[in-house]
Design a protein around this ligand. Structure first.
Ligand SMILES: Cc1ncc(C[n+]2csc(CCOP(=O)(O)OP(=O)(O)O)c2C)c(N)n1
Length: 614
């Protein structure tokens, strides 16, 4: 306790000895050593993470139970309602899971103090009288749910013990609506006089749990005045000692501000207990043509299958990915090989798809999840950007998050504004996340395998335009390292820096420039936006002195601008002309094929940009 109190206070003071090395503070304090997966400053944001941790306990058959704390206010948040539905899914217990029918071992413990920041939950922003009623909407058995007297220590202990037992029997999830109160304001600036009365506060203080518990102990003859006073003194002195020590402890070194942003570890060797798990059948057959070529989407499938066969901690889930094999048949056959424990469909809950992956990764799995279209990443952007990307850093490197979020870009297929966006630049702007976008079948397999083995969270972007492109892909195991650009064509007159489907455009443009202008173009496929291989780009620009940067994203705010800026900062003296960029028009993808062709960039646009600077 001495150590715990010290490290807690040190974290509150932002000290290097704090649990999170001063990177987390009170709002993100965590102690992963003991299974504490962190406080969350996004109200409700921790609930899908806890749900994912419960999935991991179920999968690993650990016998452990997750207790997920959140406030009454949080239980109005979309992602929390998604998580309740997720936790109560029939597939955990019905015939689909007949090999291991077992409900998620999770207790949703609502710390119901009846207020959000200042709003009243009960008779202002909620339509139910008791939050426990929420549970009834999510499961045929109405979910095990109780209202608990949170001012009575023994009542809470009793309820949680019963809930944990239910979870261990496979009867989870359980929801506990624990009635309690906070005496103070939400924050120091809140005197809490505007929104509640003195009478109300006094009524709750009259049933204060510490005083009531002492009374119970005294009545039972287990506590006398002298012992109570001694305990109080001991605790006060310990806390004071810890506070003084924390105040005097060292601050983190300013030059280490970026330490812990990423981990440099990867899963090189699979621990024996997870290596080469038993399979239900052979790996999905992927036919190669005479030249050894397969489709880009089959390269994805092959990478997934190989990595799942390598390591039982790799599980794969997303919308319609199991029986149907995803909307593009890119994952067909994985269910048959790996079974439903490792390959399963999810509800249409993008935030939970990503959030549960965070929790599962924290709890020891290596999940790969799929977002059917990249546009839907915006539905889960909190879980991707505030949770997956940040927990390694915020926890002071206590937790690694080996997870992959695959997302496909629908642009170029006439799907209109909400199914066509090239959004990798948005996520490249969020430090803590790797962002990978392969342009060929070979790279797709090697980069996906590297992403699955890496211990950083990876957003893995795929293009539906490329799904049916063929390339030579070795059937053997290989990885393409993350953060290494690839020169797809060598040349000395002009550099085109690009990624994703723009690489194909650049290669076409290079052929035209050679044929019509005698220009030798170097096409640099960055393959990863993060980590970004600046060195290869700068080396090429130093050689050619001219550069076009191209992608399918709209130009405004695109990562192309970041690349141009780095070239200007670091290779200005090497340039013989301004660096130009090619991207989609600053608009919204239209449905009409005529309009979309005008919207998206193509090889002609790259040729035109190149000619301007040649
Ligand atoms: C997503 C999100 N919205 C709003 C806030 C600002 N905020 C911080 S705490 C809080 C109230 C939370 O109420 P509740 O869930 O009941 O928890 P309590 O603080 O009462 O324990 C609000 C609105 C936030 N941190 N995150």
């Amino acid at each position: 306790m001495e150590d715990h109190v010290y490290r807690t206070i040190a974290e509150l003071f932002g000290k290097d000895d704090g649990y999170c090395r001063g990177r987390g503070g009170s709002m993100h304090i965590a102690d992963f050593r003991i299974g504490h997966l962190g406080a969350n400053a996004i109200v409700g944001g921790g609930v899908p993470i806890a749900t994912g941790a419960a999935m991991a306990q179920r999968y690993l058959e650990s016998g452990r139970v997750v207790c997920c704390f959140a406030g009454d206010g949080a239980f109005a948040n979309g992602v929390v309602l998604e998580a309740l539905n997720w936790a109560a899914q029939a597939q955990w217990t019905n015939h689909l899971a007949k090999d291991k029918p077992f409900g998620l071992p999770i207790i949703f413990a609502i710390e119901n103090n009846h207020y959000g920041m200042t709003h009243r939950s009960d008779d202002e922003v909620m339509g139910v009288r008791k939050l426990a009623q929420r549970a009834a909407g999510f499961a045929d058995n109405r979910m095990h749910a109780e209202v608990v007297n949170g001012m009575d220590v023994l009542a809470v202990r009793d309820a949680v013990a019963r809930a944990a037992e239910l979870c261990r029997q496979g009867q989870g999830p359980v929801l506990l609506d624990i009635d309690t109160y906070r005496y103070y304001g939400h924050s120091l600036s809140d005197p809490c006089v505007e929104y509640r009365t003195k009478d109300e506060q006094n009524a709750w203080r009259a049933v204060d749990p510490i005083a009531s518990f002492q009374k119970q102990l005294r009545e039972a003859g287990w506590l006398d005045d002298a012992t109570a006073a001694a305990i109080e003194t001991r605790v006060r002195e310990r806390n004071a000692r810890a506070a003084v020590r924390a105040a005097e402890a060292a601050d983190p070194a300013p030059e280490e501000v970026l330490t812990f942003l990423y981990t440099d570890t990867a899963c090189e060797t699979v621990p024996a207990e997870f290596a080469k798990p038993a399979l239900r059948g052979p790996l999905p057959e992927i036919k190669r043509d005479a030249e050894g070529r397969i489709l880009y989407k089959d390269a994805i499938r092959e990478a997934l299958a190989e990595e799942m066969a390598r390591d039982s901690r790799v599980i794969f889930y997303g919308e319609d990915v199991a029986d149907y094999g995803n909307a593009f048949k890119a994952t067909k056959g994985l269910l048959e090989t790996f079974g439903r424990r490792r390959v399963f469909n999810t509800p249409i809950s993008e935030a939970c798809i990503c959030g549960t992956a965070v929790g599962a990764a924290m709890a020891g799995l290596r999940p790969v999840v799929e977002l059917m279209y990249m546009d839907f990443a915006l539905m889960s952007s909190d879980q991707i950007s505030n949770q997956a990307a940040k927990w390694h850093y915020m926890s002071g490197a206590q937790a690694e998050l080996p997870l992959v979020i695959r997302a496909s870009v629908g642009g170029g297929k006439g799907y209109g504004g909400q199914h066509s966006q090239t959004l990798e630049s948005v996520f490249a702007h969020i430090p803590g996340l790797y962002v990978v976008y392969p342009s060929t079948a070979y790279d797709a397999k090697g980069l996906l395998k590297a992403s699955i083995r890496d211990n950083n969270p990876v957003l893995f972007v795929e293009s539906q335009l490329l799904y049916s492109e063929k390339g030579v892909v070795p059937a053997e195991d290989y990885v393409v390292p993350l953060g290494a650009a690839d020169i797809k064509r060598a040349g000395g007159d002009l550099t085109i820096v690009c990624w994703g489907p723009a690489v194909g455009d650049a290669l076409k443009a290079a052929a035209v420039l050679k044929q019509e202008n005698g220009v030798e173009t170097e096409v640099v496929d960055i393959r990863c936006l993060v980590p970004f291989d600046e060195e290869t780009v700068l080396r090429s620009v130093a050689k050619t002195g001219r550069c076009v940067v191209a992608s399918h994203a709209v130009n405004i705010g695109s990562f192309t601008g970041e690349i141009v800026s780095r070239i200007m900062e670091k290779a200005f003296d090497e340039l013989d002309a301004p660096v130009l960029r090619v991207g989609a028009k600053n608009g919204i993808a239209p449905q009409s094929h005529i309009l979309e062709a005008a919207f998206l960039p193509n090889a002609k646009d790259i040729v035109a940009a190149a000619r301007r600077i040649l």
